[in-house]
Design a protein around this ligand. Structure first.
Ligand code: NAD
Ligand code: FE2
Length: 382
């Protein structure tokens, strides 16, 4: 995976936590749109959001704030460079001073990339305000400086990281997540867990990222299965949305780890949904890291009230708990059960190991892997 790192300037011996996004949440969080200041909004979403009337709900809020709009509803899952190009061209000619992203990580990431490229193309117009309304509880993209765009020809997911694309406002209204089908609830929820777990053991973890990560982990174990089993359980939906956002705040500051590096390449090469790829890899990566993280996994196990008399028991308990959560939601233990044929997997293994080594997430993994380690992890997980 190509890596494009901009914007983060780290000063030696200074630890930072940046939580710049204003977060509006609660039962009627969407009403906060009426307070927006702006002239013209460019709404970035997908056709499903239009079909089920969610986009109309946003448009009504904007109209009440006297803000006109243009609708771009062509975002596909894992947005392509071509979609981002089309949106950027339209955004540049539209003259919007507000960008509203409505959807899962794909719509949000597309909007962030469009904003970035429009600004780079014409900085004189200034940066539009970015308002984000997530409809999945997964990526945390509503508070991160990350956008992931897919180069379909090269089968590569390209992350762009820049503080400029951190959203200004995130609106967390769980009613937009009620329609998420169980399989997407499961995959996106396991993405939240992977963000939080990888942030907690990252080489850049700090007191503030720990706080957000631990809270998110606790909430995932408490509320994800409830969302999966009953999508209308709004208490669980709201708390998963909070968990997703908190995990996003954690990893935005700490970085992630090797589960993500491998999930990115599995997504790019074999189109495995991002959260599902993370869910399958997570137990293998916990075991791979366990020698190097001292008692960090045991701390999590203790928080979850799992058996953890020794560090080793804590590590094993956590692995078992993740496997159990996966099994309850029909997520397999092995890559082979994700529908990837053995021949294709073996052919792709060298490419995947290369992409995972180059991935920015690998740099903050607590155990620095070699290419051979990644190959081995992939083989074990297959
Ligand atoms: N920017 C970041 O920080 C970051 C972090 C992790 C992942 N990502 C990226 O985000 C993307 C994945 O995002 P995602 O997991 O949210 O999925 P997604 O946005 O790709 O959506 C998955 C599917 O669910 C549907 N969907 C979304 N909301 C729905 C709702 N409320 N009801 C019914 N269906 C709904 C979408 O239409 C789509 O078909 C990937 O491209 C991944 O690489 C970004
Ligand atoms: Fe993720």
């Amino acid at each position: 995976m190509k890596t494009c790192l901009h914007g983060f300037r780290r000063v030696k011996d200074v630890t930072q936590f940046n939580g710049r996004t204003k977060i509006c949440y609660g039962e009627n969080a969407i009403n906060s749109l009426e307070k927006l200041k702006g002239r013209h909004a460019f709404i970035v979403t997908d056709s499903f959001m239009v079909k089920v009337g969610f986009a109309d709900r946003i448009i009504s809020g904007l109209e009440r704030a006297n803000i006109s709009h243009t609708l771009f509803d062509k975002v596909e899952p894992d947005p392509s460079l071509e979609t981002v190009r089309q949106g950027t061209v339209q955004l540049l000619s539209d003259g919007a001073d507000l960008i509203v992203a409505l959807g899962g990580g794909s719509a949000i990431d597309a909007a962030k990339a469009m904003m970035y490229f429009a600004y780079k193309a014409d900085p004189a117009k200034g940066k539009a305000q970015l308002v984000v309304i997530p409809t999945t509880s997964g990526t945390g993209s509503e508070v991160t400086a990350v956008t992931v765009v897919t180069d379909t020809a090269a089968q590569l997911k390209i992350p762009l990281i820049d503080e400029m694309i951190v959203p200004d406002i995130a609106v967390l209204d769980a009613r937009f997540t009620r329609s998420v089908p169980p399989s997407v609830t499961a995959a996106t929820g396991m993405d939240v867990l992977t963000h939080a777990l990888e942030a907690f053991v990252s080489t850049k973890a700090n007191a503030f990222t720990d706080l957000h990560a631990l809270h998110a982990i606790k909430y995932v174990f408490r509320y994800l299965l409830r969302c999966y089993r009953n999508g209308d359980d709004m208490e669980a939906r709201q708390n998963m949305l909070l968990a997703s956002c908190m995990a996003g705040m954690a990893f935005n500051n700490s970085g992630l780890g090797v589960a993500h590096s491998i999930a990115h390449t599995l997504g790019g090469l074999f189109h495995v949904p991002h959260g599902k790829a993370n869910a399958v890899m997570l137990p293998y990566v916990i075991r791979f890291n366990s020698f190097d993280v001292r008692d960090r996994y045991r701390t999590i196990a203790r928080k979850l009230e799992l058996p953890c008399d020794t560090v080793e028991q804590g590590n094993e308990s956590l692995i078992e708990a993740v496997r159990w959560l996966n099994s309850q939601m029909g997520i397999p233990n092995r890559i082979r059960d994700l529908g990837i044929k053995e021949d294709d997997f073996q052919t792709g293994i060298e490419t995947m190991a290369g992409h995972a080594m180059d991935d920015a997430c690998t740099t903050t993994n607590p155990r620095r892997p070699s290419k051979r380690d990644i190959r081995q992890l992939l083989r074990q997980a297959y």
